[in-house]
Design a protein around this ligand. Structure first.
Ligand code: IMP
Ligand code: MG
Length: 183
């Protein structure tokens, strides 16, 4: 694997991620007996997690993808995200599990969850590999139903997570040096 001078330390190794994703798959399988969930991966960051997670869930399922970008501003009626790629399947009546790389302020997922509920999903659950609870935006309450790891407020990359589109293919999760993203 290529070495980057910008990685300060490894936060989660490939083996640690693999073990936890397999546990999450088992937990989801146990929580949803008899269900056929619609697994929704949020592009691009969730792609590696999504692909590993679904193969650890022992249930029939269908899969689909969405992408969202934040407006940057904080004053739009539907929260402040824009759906840049939408589902091809209908969420109506489905048990939907949104699969995301990381929950930070919680804004993206709370908006997406509301959106899918408004489309008539029977249930919307959230599976997030990482959670930074200390960053949650005041007023945003978000239930993370399946959480891989709780982490401190550090900027992390790898296993799907990027900085300016780089590092997504690292098989581990590393902390980025501050001088590489703050200036
Ligand atoms: P939220 O809407 O603030 O919860 O933002 C979640 C999104 O912010 C994630 O899907 C990531 O794209 C991005 N993000 C938040 N923290 C990090 C990080 O530490 N590394 C890389 N991306 C991050
Ligand atoms: Mg993302």
């Amino acid at each position: 694997m290529y070495e980057s001078a910008c990685i300060k330390k490894t936060l989660l190794t490939e083996d640690e991620i693999k073990a936890r994703v397999s546990e999450l798959g088992r937990l989801i399988t146990e929580r949803l007996p008899g269900e056929k969930p619609l697994m929704v991966g949020i592009l691009k960051g969730a792609a590696p997690f999504f692909s590993d997670l679904i193969r650890n869930i022992d249930l029939p399922m269908t899969i689909d993808f969405m992408a969202a970008s934040s407006y940057g501003g904080s004053t739009t009626s539907s929260g402040n995200i824009r759906i840049t790629k939408d589902l091809t399947e209908s969420a109506a009546g489905r048990c939907v599990i949104i699969v995301e790389d990381i929950v930070d302020t919680g804004n993206t997922l709370s908006c997406l969850k509301k959106e899918l509920e408004s489309r008539g999903a029977a249930k919307v659950m959230i599976a997030a590999l990482l959670d930074k609870p200390s960053r949650r935006k005041p007023g945003v309450t978000l239930d993370v139903d399946f959480r891989g790891f709780t982490i401190d407020d550090e900027f992390v990359v790898g296993y799907g997570l990027d900085y300016a589109e780089d590092y997504r293919n690292l098989p581990y999760i590393g902390v980025l040096k501050e001088e590489c993203y703050k200036n």
